[in-house]
Design a protein around this ligand. Structure first.
Ligand code: S3P
Length: 165
């Protein structure tokens, strides 16, 4: 099996949907943010101490490792911004989980488990601006785009499996 990579903005549901897809395919799953937390500790504290550029280096290194593991990979929302990552993802099974920015912002604000440094310090219009600055990269890198607005994770996972079949 080739790795399946889920991309999309913060709050798109990459973690939840990666679980569903990995269950349906009975395969391994890598949640990049979880692995990064094991390696570098809290992402928001890491951003504060070492800056985003250093975080991105760890993220790129992990992406290159994860891609070799034949698994469903939940990426972090900013992974598509590094040119090196874009090259790694260019010929892979990349799935874009798309949602309206208003919905993404709601999900981000209501998520008490994940403190996201690229959202917690921003107001809604700044988050939208970040979303629009990234949108074309998600779209360009995706082989399949799935709309997640108003749909449950199981339905979305099944649609992904159908596309892959
Ligand atoms: C980030 C998204 C986060 C995490 C980090 C940076 C971003 O992942 O990698 O906080 O810049 O969009 P999620 O998309 O899983 O929230």
């Amino acid at each position: 099996m080739e790795s399946i990579i889920l991309i999309g903005f913060m709050g798109a549901g990459k973690t939840t949907i990666s679980r569903e897809v990995a269950n349906l395919l009975n395969c391994q799953r890598v949640d990049m943010d979880d692995v990064l937390v094991e390696r570098i500790g809290s992402i928001s504290q890491y951003f504060e101490k070492h800056g985003e550029a250093s975080f991105r280096q760890h993220e790129t290194e992990l992406l290159k490792e994860a891609i070799t593991q034949k698994s469903v990979i939940a990426t972090g929302g900013g992974v598509i911004m590094q040119e090196e990552n874009q090259q790694v993802l260019a010929d892979k099974k990349v799935i874009y989980l798309k949602a309206d920015p208003e919905i993404l912002i709601d999900r981000i604000r209501n998520d008490e488990e994940n403190i996201r440094p690229n959202a917690s310090n921003k107001d809604d219009s700044e988050i939208k601006h970040l979303f629009y600055s990234r949108e074309r990269y998600y779209e360009q890198l995706a082989k399949i785009t799935v709309d997640t607005t108003h749909r449950c994770p199981k339905e979305i996972a099944q649609e992904i499996i159908q596309h892959l079949a």
